[in-house]
Design a protein around this ligand. Sequence first.
Ligand code: ADP
Length: 485
Amino acid sequence: MKSIQDKFLFQDRNYIFGNWEDADSKETITVINPSTFEILGTVPKSGKMETDRAIGAAKTTFPSWKKKPAKERANILQKWFRLILENKEDLARIMTLEQGKPIAEARAEIVYAASYIEWFSEEAKRFYGDIIPSHKTDNRIFVLKEPIGVVGTITPWNFPSAMLARKIAPALAAGNTVVSKPSELTPYSAFALAVLGERAGIPKGVWNIITGDPVSIGASLLESKDVRKLSFTGSTKTGMYLMEKSAPTLKKLSLELGGNAPFIVFEDADMEEAVKGAMLSKYRNSGQTCVCVNRFLVHDSIAEEFVSRLSKEAAKLKVGNGLEPEVEQGPLINDAAMKKVELHVEDAVSKGAKLIIGGKKHALGGNFYEPTVLFPVNKEMLVCKEETFGPIASVMTFSSEEEAIAKANDTEFGLASYIYTKDIARIFRVAESLEYGMVGINEGIISSEQVPFGGIKFSGMGREGSKYGMEDYMEIKYLCLGGII
Ligand code: ADP
């Protein structure tokens, strides 16, 4: 990491009880830059032993962290928030190097990640309990909110800092201690946040990070009775596995899983705004976000125009290495992602979809894929059934509001959805009919720290951000005080 100013931010070992440690076996995993395939470094290939030690550190430090006055925890988080913003450039470069996204998007993600830390530093002080009128004259009823204990977090590679921050911030604000397993593809962003967390005053052992084999680290977290909660962001398949394996220790769960977001454009929509929203929602992070549009549903009277305008905009996107300032679309994360995108496009074309633009590997080679528009698609195609996770806009048509709602809901998933219309009554009719946790109305970007982000159905459970995001990291305890005569 030659290009970062503060070299200490680049850490490549586990962070356990405030120490930077190799795996016990000294084995490592290689981390590569998905734009250039250059080796960025290695991280420990840890397993059960290291995870158990990290859980031990979190368990040991839980009582003292829990006891700290909320204001002290809040002050530490606020300092951490400021340090992240001060180090934005280095953090963004680390992210682009390991994840590939354009540097402007990486900077925006750092600010977004920091916003969760700021938000929950404020929430930490305002998480009030209740006093409930009793049914008896001689007792009083109090409700307290308390931290859960040791929390395990497992996060993905698509937003290496933000997905972590929105778990760590409420967990620590509420007084929990944490063991984190970032994605083995993008571990350095997590370690860099830990360096700044330590500088901000997070006590040693309160937050621990380990990298390595997902299955064996996962197994230790799952089997441990000391880990009382698991918070996961990733695929539905892994989420289901974690839920099943959490049963014997009855862990609380937050699961932020895959999506299959519909983006409905009605005949009365502002076309320019719809195309603008579509571009932001579809092509950001090369289409590798869980809330990015997977299916465009466009009224058949305007479908041709929408496809033509969207294609014109998408074709302008500059693809390349995210460190080049003018690049707007980086690479896909790895070969597996490339294969999935290729399979989805091939499948759609073989079933009758036309390639309006793109549809193949970019001339740059490697993990770069052309911004693509497919039209018309239908529900038999993989692009409509599964999350494509690539820069592929798949457009289908509808002729009535009922049909649009039925098609939008025709999926196991229920994370984000989008509608574009100027009709107020329709906004409410459709928004209330959509089986999704989030609805963007004439808005293509809907996530921020003050909103409850999360899904229903196969998209998971729990909410991140907002006042609701804090509740997911707290237990309710009720005190019944008798003998008041
Ligand atoms: P994606 O397909 O988006 O990479 P995954 O669900 O495979 O989604 O990965 C998300 C996170 O879950 C990553 O940190 C990954 O290492 C982790 N992971 C994957 N499989 C397991 C598992 N069996 N146990 C624990 N963590 C896992």
